[in-house]
Design a protein around this ligand. Structure first.
Ligand SMILES: [Fe+2]
Length: 253
């Protein structure tokens, strides 16, 4: 599997605290079947994204673990005005493997008009925003029609693996399943922060998706689509079929 969202770099945000913990997280990821993982430290009002510091930790951790897992670099990019301006100025500071894909985290209280405009500014600059865990965002849980608009604009959607297993409560699980039924999920990733609670082990979620939906769907969301992101290839956006769109709107009410 390929995990495009994790907080495995040590001491840069609320993820791994030490290099030892980072290595332990990567060992756990590898042992559970992950071959590649993207380190996506927060760039948010709470956590400054110091690109030089991040790159230096990334190189150190990558070297230490290259025998058992491939580490890649991206950012968990909070969509604030200051961040947006900086990403438009220097997109490769934040994008995955300095390519075109950017993980975008939205504020808990979403101002839909400004967010859509911000996302479209990124798209016009050649960046493909990947909206991270909308199922955990209380504003978006009830506004899936808005998410559909953003996907039609050119955004993609990543859901957190543990949301399907109930870690973030019934509302997030319910929203994750509705997004799956509406074919509005392009990636499932761990958003791992540690080795105990929010871990990088994707295996249980992979099994769940495989049996509840289909093995092909699991393969697409955990392997094929993330592979395209790592290599800068287009991801099939699987826009919902018209029949699914009416379901989506009904479900979002
Ligand atoms: Fe995250």
């Amino acid at each position: 599997m390929i995990d495009i969202h994790s907080h495995v770099l040590p001491g840069v945000d609320d993820g791994a605290r030490t290099l030892e913990e980072s290595v332990e997280m990567l060992r756990l990821a590898a042992a559970s079947g992950t071959t590649d993982i993207v380190a996506t430290p927060h760039a948010s009002p709470e956590f400054t994204f110091d690109s030089q510091r991040v790159r230096s930790f990334y190189r150190e951790l990558s070297d230490k673990c290259k025998a058992f897992i491939s580490l890649h670099l991206g950012c968990d990019f909070h969509l604030s005005y200051a961040n947006l301006v900086d990403a438009l100025r220097a997109p490769q500071k934040y994008t995955i493997n300095q390519g075109k894909y950017l993980m975008v985290e939205l504020p808990e209280l979403v101002a839909f008009g400004s967010v859509r405009e911000g996302l479209n500014q990124l798209i016009r600059a050649g960046i493909t925003p990947i909206i991270t865990h909308p199922e955990r965002n209380m504003s978006l849980q009830h506004k899936r029609d808005e998410l559909l608009r953003w996907v039609k604009d050119g955004c993609l959607v990543q859901v957190t693996a543990q949301s399907f297993l109930g870690r973030f409560g019934p509302a997030a699980k319910n929203s994750a399943e509705k997004l799956m039924n509406a074919e509005l999920v392009h990636f499932i990733a761990s958003d791992a922060h540690d080795c105990v609670d929010r871990t990088p082990d994707l295996s249980a979620a992979y099994k769940y998706i495989s049996s509840k939906y289909s093995p092909e769907r699991a393969e697409l969301l955990f392997i094929s689509n993330p592979f395209c992101v790592l290599h800068g290839e287009p991801v099939s956006s699987n826009l919902p079929r018209e029949s699914k769109i009416s379901t989506l709107f009904a479900l979002s009410k």
